[in-house]
Design a binder for this molecule. Sequence first.
Ligand SMILES: [Zn+2]
Length: 250
Amino acid sequence: MTSLTRRRLFGQAANLAGALAMGAYAGKTAWAAPGRLRVVVAGAHPDDPETGCGGTIARYSDAGHEVVILYLTRGERGIKGKTYEEAGRIRSVEAQKACEILKARPVFAGQVNGKVEVNYTRYDEFLKLVQSEQPDVVFTHWPIDTHEDHPATSLLVYEAWLRMERKFALYYFEVITGMQTSQFSPTHYVDITATEARKRAACFAHASQNPEEFYAVHDQMNRCRGMELGSKYAEAFIHHAQSPEIAMPA
Ligand SMILES: [Zn+2]
């Protein structure tokens, strides 16, 4: 962040976000955010942040903002025939590759897929992690989702947001809508036409997860959200109305 104080940054960001809102729907406005934003994208498993907002992550990192991808687990339950340790190792390497493609920094929160806990100890632990990143904006799972680890991640982020006095902007993303995420009515869209190829490459870095199959659904979502926005490809988000409006890539 530059010499801007956080309050001034949010003030300017709010003005800018308001000014961008109309432009965002036209999908044509050149984007510049004030100062350098610290963006955290929290997902339950390697591949969730990439599928939910890989195009937006690339938009932020291309514009010089710092993006951290925070994985709650290493997806230890996610490869048939492998032990949790083996799968966790393989999927961590895949996550590192995806983060390189998106120019983001991976952080692993240390929970285990298949044994995810949401309790007071976990709230404390996750809060410390989020505090250490000092985010201006956090993206996480929409909590109405069929995979039990996705709402768990969402609740951990939400509790951290409450305990940090709602200071950072909070947005929710969608994954495999219709099969996992449901009841998702976007408030914001980001044009990812320029970064869709990198999103796709980052998703395909998760080779152990049958990316042909899961990306086919996200390809449809990217196109559908793009039609809603008026661009070729887009990602959609729900903004928590009690959190600051921070500049979204427009
Ligand atoms: Zn997941």
